[in-house]
Design a protein around this ligand. Structure first.
Ligand code: SF4
Length: 317
């Protein structure tokens, strides 16, 4: 039994011009204690997918199974329990913190709501969470604007983990941070995962960020999954032209491994009432007439799935 299973999940939004297919028939599973990296350009639906899974948004269709139980349409009581077990860390720590609350008050908020702790033990627990996230005690009574970006994100992590959730959506948690601080936050997330057996869905536009943190990767393009496999495998050999373009954009310091950047030309398809067929076709250098039919994910190697009808010719398999 997978820890989290997503089957044919869809999230559509109405718009004046038709339905926006933000997430369109996406399926995957995550094992307990593992990290799935969800990668794609901004606007591909990856954040919407993360928020739909933890019920910040209602799904349009499909099934969400958590620890073997169908939680697609939970009642109020079940939703409260799910919210304790499923948390999210947002991209911008500044806008996700209340500027009028001190760091201690911010961390105390979910603890008070849960009513798990009595008055005397609340502050002790807040101190423990601050220490766990690497925030010095001297910042207890500071306000978010008095902290740097890295510390603010540590506060968000402490608050997200206050009720010891089992599953956390990390929604671009390092994108707004300086490169020097990104590694510290990634290391903190990995340490906490080891210590508490957390399971992560790590959403990012940057493949290099998930290289060391994720066990498996799903690449999304315009609401659909185009390639998925274990992380090592994806970096050793990707098969979908879109994944290849994303990988070619990663800087390498090894001059012997100098590679050509694959620049994507052409218009991005509209996610409003999209036509059948490969949504990457307008930008794909290998597109043919055949690409305008339905192209499901298929297994190219054991555990490596790709949605492309010319995968053999492109990769000379
Ligand atoms: Fe390109 Fe066609 Fe493959 Fe889509 S299905 S990625 S358009 S070759």
């Amino acid at each position: 039994m997978a820890f989290l299973e997503i089957e044919h999940l869809k999230k559509y939004f109405p718009s004046p011009r038709g339905m926006v297919h933000a997430v369109d028939d996406v399926s995957f599973s995550i094992e307990k204690g593992k990290t799935l990296g969800l990668v794609g350009e901004s606007g591909c639906g990856k954040s919407t997918l993360g928020r739909t899974i933890i019920h910040l948004l209602d799904s349009t269709d499909g099934v969400i199974r958590f620890e073997g139980e169908d939680v697609t349409h939970p009642n109020k009581q079940k939703l409260r329990k799910l919210r304790e077990n499923m948390q999210i860390i947002f991209q911008d720590p500044y806008s996700s913190l209340n500027p009028r609350l001190t760091i201690q008050e911010t961390i105390l908020e979910p603890l008070k709501l849960s009513k798990r702790f009595d008055k005397d033990s609340l502050e002790k627990e807040a101190d423990r969470l601050m220490e766990m996230a690497g925030i010095e005690k001297r910042f207890r009574l500071s306000y978010p604007h008095e902290l740097d970006g890295g510390r603010r994100q540590r506060v968000c992590i402490a608050r997200a983990l206050a009720l010891m959730p089992k599953f956390v959506v990390c929604d671009e948690p390092v994108s707004a941070l300086d490169v020097s601080i990104q590694a510290q936050i990634l290391n903190l997330l990995m340490d906490l995962q080891d210590e508490y057996g957390l399971t992560y869905l790590f959403v990012t536009h940057d493949l290099s960020v998930v290289r060391h943190i994720s066990t498996d990767i799903c690449v999304m393009y315009l609401g659909q999954m185009v390639e998925t496999c274990p992380t090592k495998e994806l970096f050793a050999h990707s098969y979908h032209p879109y994944t290849q373009a994303l990988l070619s954009a990663i800087l390498t310091v090894d001059i012997h491994k100098k590679k050509e950047r694959m620049l994507l030309k052409g218009e991005i398809n509209s996610p409003i009432n999209p036509k059948p067929g490969c949504r990457f076709a307008p930008r794909c250098p290998y597109a043919t007439e055949e690409c305008h039919q339905e192209i499901p994910l298929h297994e190219v190697e054991p555990g490596h799935f790709v949605a492309c009808c010319h995968v053999k010719e492109i990769n000379q398999l």
